[in-house]
Design a protein. Sequence first.
Length: 418
Amino acid sequence: MSEHIHARELAAGEVIFREGDPGDDAYILERGRIEISIGDDGARRVIAELGPGEIFGEMALIANAPRSATAATLEPCTLLVLRRNRLLKPIETADPIMRLTIQMMVERLNDATRWKAGQPSMSQGSEAQRRAFAEVREIALRRIRTERELRRAIEKDELTLHYQPVFSVADGRIAGYEALMRWNHPEQGFVAPGDFIPLAEESGMVVEMGRWALERGLEEHAAIAAVLSTVDRGSPPPFISVNVSAAQLADLSEIDRFAGIIQAAGADPGQIKLEITESLMAADPDHAAEALGRLKDLGVSLAIDDFGTGYSSLSYLHRFPMDTLKIDRSFVSRMNHDMSSRLLVRTIVDLAADLGLDTVAEGVESPDEYDELAALGCGYGQGFLMARPMPSGELRAMLARWGADWRRWAEVAGQEPA
Ligand code: C2E
Ligand code: CA
Ligand code: CA
């Protein structure tokens, strides 16, 4: 903080900044009086006199424009200087709608000041300024639109979940399944999660959608697990994996909502796995540790998704209470072509074993990959070789007809045209 804010002492009659200067700092007047004026020296007009406690010079920073007035001390003054970043960082990371509002307010305030002083309006602004406004407005509008569409998607039941089974590599039997979101858009048809999850994250709607996914997932999990228990007697109950984006955990109170949803569903938390990407841990490790600890307290287990693609650092692994590593598809699919990918998969599997974690290989597409994973001792596999994501009804039907072993599924798929 201190590097961003420091005090400055000025004598009477000093110019703090001049009209047209670049706006790098804003100021809080601690002691003394200053005068704000506009116009050239021939026709200078004082538009304000400020006293202790007032802030000035912030408008040029926010509007990203040159100073629209000159500030000079009337008596000895103490100023607190706010560096550009101190003021702009929070604004830049603020909600785009909030940002737009602040910028418009500054623009209007600027206009009002100039109007009062009998000067032409600036709201036409410079080309760069206009472009910046247009950009922020565009982001804000897109976000409002997406938010509305996604809200409607939840209300109108346009979202569904598909389930991709996860198999135990050693015996080929289903161990659980991952719930993957699908959006059936009324005009655009099927929209892939890769296209709408990022928008949902940006607009904040992912929080609500994530609650929906947990709720719906647990409901359908009960039905799938019931079928499995009749075809695979004596085997442990399957787990359901639900993806949780870092944005959902920004506010820790969301974890209480999770607890409520799990309780209302009457689900056994021991059967729930939450998949979280490394971005959560990289962005703010302290916050992540707190969030993950609280999630663990619910009794659920935790998986790191797409392991190896992000900021993977071994130090994360013992700092966070994880249960499972999901090896990213990109390594699995290169495993049989390049040595370094195979070495990486081997290292991850060994490392996980040393730390007492399970491993799931994602994106298993070929029998060779499957065999290799078995040889490396990778616990679980998920991929198009064994099964694609499918609606819950279809998964229940597969289990009821063909049992829990994917190799049986593959046999029948070979006989029956898909
Ligand atoms: P992910 O969590 O890594 O999910 C695995 C993705 O890999 C799924 O894509 C799945 O269909 C695909 N996949 C599985 N096996 C194979 C394979 O053998 N080959 C290939 N080429 N692909 C395979 P999907 O369903 O399109 O989901 C994409 C991403 O969207 C997910 O990646 C996840 O990050 C996100 N996502 C999906 N559902 C949710 C959700 O409910 N909440 C959140 N926050 N994110 C979700
Ligand atoms: Ca996942
Ligand atoms: Ca993944």
